[in-house]
Design a protein around this ligand. Structure first.
Ligand SMILES: [Fe+2]
Ligand SMILES: [Fe+2]
Length: 171
């Protein structure tokens, strides 16, 4: 049986994942309004990934016989100064989420909950990927600061991103 402390923490993480989904959806709306449909698409895919993360935690709680407790989701910001500001905030946010995941893992270890540590490993690896993909976009945006026309080429490239649920998320 999962401990109450760990259960509460996973329920909190569901909320954090939904907030992430909300934040990226809000960024997508702003980018779309700024005539950057490719950037907006990238954020839509990010939104779907976060929703998938929340669902993965939700399913895990139920699998362990715990109670899911959904909490209120904070309102995200609605405007940014530039696409660069959007991606700077995204990286900052992902780093915060990484810290939350690491805290969750530390708790699972402290509680000697071996199944939970195995389950959470997926999230630990996922955060490495998340930070890395955001950093790539951010670095590219920084490189083209002197050539604003390049934003449209990047927009076309980011429009190619699609959402592929990982094979193990279907169980
Ligand atoms: Fe996430
Ligand atoms: Fe994320």
């Amino acid at each position: 049986m999962i401990s109450k402390k760990l259960l509460d923490a996973i329920n909190e993480q569901i909320n954090a994942e939904y907030y992430s989904a909300y934040l990226y959806l809000s960024m997508s709306a702003w980018l779309e309004a700024e005539n950057l449909p490719g950037f907006a698409n990238w954020m839509q895919m990010q939104n779907r990934e976060e929703t998938m993360h929340a669902t993965k935690l939700y399913d895990y709680i139920l699998e362990r016989g715990g109670r899911v407790q959904l909490k209120a989701i904070d309102a995200p910001p609605t405007k940014w100064d530039s696409p660069l500001a959007v991606f700077e905030e995204t990286l900052k946010h992902e780093r915060k989420v990484t810290a939350l995941i690491n805290d969750l893992m530390n708790l699972a270890i402290a509680e000697k909950d071996h199944p939970a540590t195995i389950f959470l490993q997926w999230f630990v690896s996922e955060q490495v990927e998340e930070e890395s993909s955001v950093e790539t976009v951010l670095q590219q945006l920084k490189m083209i600061q002197q050539a604003p026309g390049m934003v449209f080429m990047m927009d076309r490239e980011l429009g190619q991103r699609s959402f592929t649920p990982p094979a193990d998320s279907a169980d």
